[in-house]
Design a protein around this ligand. Structure first.
Ligand SMILES: *[C@@H]1O[C@H](CO)[C@@H](O)[C@H](O)[C@H]1NC(C)=O
Ligand SMILES: *[C@@H]1O[C@H](CO)[C@@H](O)[C@H](O)[C@H]1NC(C)=O
Ligand SMILES: *[C@@H]1O[C@H](CO)[C@@H](O)[C@H](O)[C@H]1NC(C)=O
Ligand SMILES: *[C@@H]1O[C@H](CO)[C@@H](O)[C@H](O)[C@H]1NC(C)=O
Ligand SMILES: *[C@@H]1O[C@H](CO)[C@@H](O)[C@H](O)[C@H]1NC(C)=O
Ligand SMILES: *[C@@H]1O[C@H](CO)[C@@H](O)[C@H](O)[C@H]1NC(C)=O
Ligand SMILES: *[C@@H]1O[C@H](CO)[C@@H](O)[C@H](O)[C@H]1NC(C)=O
Length: 474
């Protein structure tokens, strides 16, 4: 998730290829689905992951590839499974029916139907990645058509083909209010979205949206109430001045915005699925609202609401597949701290909080949650230092590479740690790296650099040393 343009700045640090992530979800009266992503160190095995999914009450699973070990572990679970064609091969799949058929032969056929693949998603948020606008956007629907041909040829009719789109497919996706004003971006509406909707409508498939009330709320925290984003807004209402529809939570506004944008292109009855939603259980000091309390409340309320009252003001009662993001906290994801904190479980398999994704467990029966401590912006100074975990498990090579990178950026970033200069001592990799990370980050955070350094760095609000650049207060 992370339709979040600023994440694209991660490339600043290192070119680090994001691996797969996954999700499992539920629909049609079962538990929510969940995204089972795997961009992390030392995750539980696929078989153990299946047990963890079951313990959470998951009703389906979405993965970001077609990993054989994962697909084998999902065999016999009866969960509907969503698999994905990677963004990189979309042009080839579009160009050749044979390539598309080979992908199906190698990634679906060996596991199906023992593994109940239900959705085959072609690409992940491709319309958020402008670097592939020319190479891949126009190839999306042709690729979906070639995959469709292959499935038809093979007599596979129960697998729906789709693609995931972030809210930034809409003009005002960062805050799509009022929903009645929603429209697709002019750069994609006619060229990509119209043919996509034609395909989805013609195959009775779904528009898969990644919808995060967290980002809408955090970016508009002065306008939107947190409780309204967490499905507990009480009497808080938003009335769309054009449709007159009354909203009681932010997610419904976002979903109806998508439906209305589709209707404006003549496809108002294409079904919706939520490919990703969720709430971070942690975040950096310069972000807000990512904590265990809010994450538990959001996901529990989401499950309860989808079980009892699916649909939105515009589409009352309409059931939709929903996949929560994500099964695990994924420590190898770059970007701001939220990116590594969406899990129902830590990477060691411990639950972050109790949850019943079937939505049947009464909310009052859960044990008390830790109080949220970052629901309003932190205003003090913040530093970027070697993380405690990276210091404990010191990898001199990795830290040395990061140090060299940081010192090569900006102006005089590492002058003070040169021999004889005031911060040379202590002459250790850890001390020098902490100095360099902080010096780099204080220079570049305004343009979107994050304190990550391939999982070696973290933010702190404790002045790390007399040699720290003292950052300006926010
Ligand atoms: C896409 O093509 C346009 C028009 O030829 C060009 O201006 C633009 O730079 C290209 N974008 C990329 C990312 O290659
Ligand atoms: C969508 O599909 C339905 C059912 O096949 C069809 O009646 C309708 O004309 C289609 N809509 C558009 C805009 O093509
Ligand atoms: C809070 O919202 C304001 C605008 O409403 C935005 O400028 C600011 O960045 C938000 N704060 C955080 C921490 O996201
Ligand atoms: C798993 O990791 C979390 C977060 O780091 C930690 O709080 C918890 O104690 C760990 N659980 C076990 C069993 O090690
Ligand atoms: C240490 O870091 C280097 C460079 O990133 C990497 O190739 C190597 O596998 C790492 N070693 C260990 C033990 O993780
Ligand atoms: C480094 O100095 C140059 C020239 O003074 C300036 O243009 C540039 O913005 C500076 N870079 C940073 C990161 O401060
Ligand atoms: C600093 O550390 C490096 C690497 O451990 C060592 O080679 C060098 O002699 C040290 N310099 C001083 C002045 O201690």
């Amino acid at each position: 998730m992370a339709s979040r343009a600023e994440l694209k700045l991660v490339f600043f640090l290192f070119s680090f290829s994001l691996a797969a992530a996954a999700y499992v979800g539920s629909y049609g009266g079962h538990g929510l689905g969940v995204n089972y992503g795997r961009v992390a160190d030392d995750l539980p095995s696929p078989r153990h992951s299946v047990e963890l999914l079951r313990a959470a009450g998951a009703g389906s699973v979405k993965i970001y590839d077609a990993n054989p070990g994962v697909l084998r572990a999902l065999a016999g679970t009866h969960w509907p499974v969503s698999i994905m064609v990677p963004n990189e091969i979309i042009p080839d799949v579009a160009a050749s029916a044979a390539v598309a058929d080979r992908w199906v032969a190698e990634n679906l056929v060996p596991y199906y139907p023992a593994t109940r693949v239900k959705f085959l998603l072609v690409g992940n948020e491709i319309l958020s990645d402008y670097s592939i606008a020319n190479s891949t956007w126009p190839r999306l629907v042709p690729a979906m058509e070639n995959i469709h041909l292959s499935l038809r040829k093979r007599g596979i009719s129960s697998v729906k083909i789709g693609t995931t789109l972030a809210m930034d497919a809409l003009v005002d996706g960062a805050f799509p209010r009022p929903p009645s004003a929603a429209a697709f971006r002019p750069d994609i509406a006619e060229s990509v979205v119209r043919p996509l909707l034609h395909f989805l409508n013609g195959t009775n498939s779904y528009y898969f949206v990644d919808a995060y009330p967290y980002f809408v709320w955090s970016g508009n925290n002065l306008t939107v109430q947190l409780d309204y984003a967490l499905f507990q807004g009480g009497n808080t209402r938003y009335v769309d001045p054009v449709t007159g529809l009354t909203y009681t939570n932010l997610l419904d506004e976002m979903l109806d915005a998508v439906s209305i944008a589709m209707a404006k292109l003549g496809y108002g009855s294409v079904k919706l699925a939520i490919a990703e939603t969720g709430w971070p259980n942690g975040c950096d000091y310069d972000q807000i609202g990512g904590n265990v309390h809010n994450a538990a409340i959001y996901n529990r309320n989401l499950a309860a609401r989808m079980a009892k009252n699916p649909g939105t003001p515009l589409r009352p009662g309409a059931k939709m597949p929903v996949f929560v993001f994500s099964l695990y906290n994924e420590d190898l994801k770059g970007g701001p701290g939220t990116e590594r904190h969406w899990g129902l479980y830590y990477a060691n398999g411990t639950a972050v909080y109790e949850i019943d994704l079937t939505g049947r467990r009464p909310l009052s029966s859960y044990p008390p949650l830790p109080a949220p401590e970052n629901n309003t912006p932190y205003k003090g100074p913040i530093w970027c230092v070697m993380s405690a975990a990276a210091t404990k498990k010191l990898n001199e090579t990795a830290v040395g590479n990061a140090l060299t990178y940081a010192c090569g950026q900006g102006n005089g970033t590492c002058d003070a740690i040169q021999p004889g200069k005031k911060c040379y001592l202590p002459n250790t990799t850890v001390a020098h790296a902490s100095y360099a990370f902080n010096s780099y980050w204080q220079q570049f955070r305004k343009v979107g650099a994050t304190c990550y350094f391939n999982n070696l760095a973290e933010q702190t609000i404790k002045d790390p040393s007399k040699c720290s650049h003292t950052p300006p207060a926010l």
